[in-house]
Design a protein around this ligand. Structure first.
Ligand code: COA
Length: 330
């Protein structure tokens, strides 16, 4: 077995649509309040794409930034792994649309469905592609247009989600010790009905009934999801640290999935990481599922909270249930 790190994150780039939907905007149509949403979730506003801003187009914008920062062109890519829970179409993959938009003609492109930890699952796949010698330069993307699968008449979910995209170039580790020191992914499909889209897939294809029942939108048992998220995020932090052979006090920044500030607080407390070392930007973007970690990571890099040599812990949880974590030496 070759020793890690096999692969490093050469860059991160992001894109969000300009349209902002605030808690006050939601109060016009829902029985809710800014105080309730901020206190229970930490979210103040989220970005919403227009009909002509597709997941592939947001992904192209984020990917162009990531490629430029890595000093590469689309022709250098030999794989594109795009994580999404809100693909533009069910066939073909959004990754193939992105490949065409970028002109990344040398890449194999495919989507990955793992909900909110999708970017971490995609990083894990990219690491494997590189370690096996299958690929050298992989574009990992987490991109969502959750506004199209959110029921804006349901106050328990409408307040949570937003749109956005993040991308990273992943390549063979360029320096000893730099890159992905550990990755960890897990799932429990028995809990699927706690957060799911019942209709619109091949088991209940889109129909008048599906639309009338609004079952093509996400349904969630919030309290159960909350408890499971706290448990899974805590366990995933422990596992990534153990696999990397590092301790929590060595971590420079924890970048958790941005779903709920109370889940983030509990995760940091369990890991023994002070909130001063935790990246939080869900107040501005809400839960953007697979785009959430790259959006937070990109902001952390821009603010100088992550730089060369930083030790970063990434952790996420989502529908499935799925969870994942990674320790990265930047
Ligand atoms: N505004 C005002 N009141 C609301 C509300 C809203 N937007 N949404 C729900 N409520 C009400 C409920 O109807 C309930 O009222 P009742 O006591 O009269 O029945 C009350 O608030 C408590 O509801 P509950 O669902 O227990 O609230 P909560 O404290 O668990 O908070 C969530 C709800 C959704 C914010 C919280 O459960 C959560 O964040 N869960 C995790 C969701 C998540 O992160 N999902 C994605 C995972 S990747």
């Amino acid at each position: 077995m070759i020793a890690r790190p096999f692969a490093e994150l050469a860059s991160v780039g992001t894109a969000v649509p300009p349209g902002v939907l605030t808690n006050h905007d939601l109060m016009r149509t829902l029985d809710t309040s800014d105080e309730w949403i901020v206190e229970r979730t930490g979210i103040r506003e989220r970005r919403i794409a227009t009909p002509d801003q597709s997941v592939a187009m947001l992904s192209r914008e984020a990917s162009a930034v990531a490629l430029e920062r890595a000093g590469l062109t689309p022709a250098d890519l030999d794989a594109i792994v795009l994580a999404t829970a809100s693909p533009d179409r069910l066939l073909p993959s959004t990754a193939c649309d992105l490949q065409a938009l970028l002109g990344a003609h040398n890449a194999a492109a495919f989507d990955l469905g793992a909900a909110c930890p999708g970017y971490l699952f995609a990083l894990t796949v990219a690491e494997g592609l590189i370690a096996s010698g299958q690929s050298r330069t992989v574009l990992v993307v987490g991109a969502e247009k959750l506004s199209t699968i959110t029921d804006f008449a349901d106050r328990s979910t409408a307040i949570l989600f937003g749109d956005g995209a993040g991308a990273s170039v992943v390549r063979p580790s360029s320096q000893p010790g730099r890159g992905l020191l550990s990755t960890y992914i897990g799932s429990d499909g028995r809990l699927a009905p706690l957060l799911y889209r019942p209709g619109g897939g091949s088991s209940d294809p889109i129909s008048e009934k599906v639309v009338c029942e609004r079952s093509h939108y996400m349904k969630m048992a919030g309290r159960e999801v909350f408890k499971a998220a706290v448990r899974a995020m805590a366990e995933a932090c422990d596992e990534a640290l153990t696999r990397a052979g590092v301790t929590a006090d060595q971590i420079d920044l924890l970048v958790p999935h941005q779903a709920n500030l109370r889940i983030i607080d509990a995760t940091a407390k369990h890991a023994g990481i002070p909130m001063s070392k935790v990246m939080v930007n869900l107040d501005r973007y809400g839960n953007t599922s697979s785009a959430s970690i790259p959006l937070a990571l990109d902001q952390a890099v821009a603010e100088g909270r992550v730089g060369p040599g930083s030790l970063v812990l990434l952790v996420a949880f989502g529908a499935g249930f799925t969870w994942g974590s990674a320790v990265v030496r930047w």
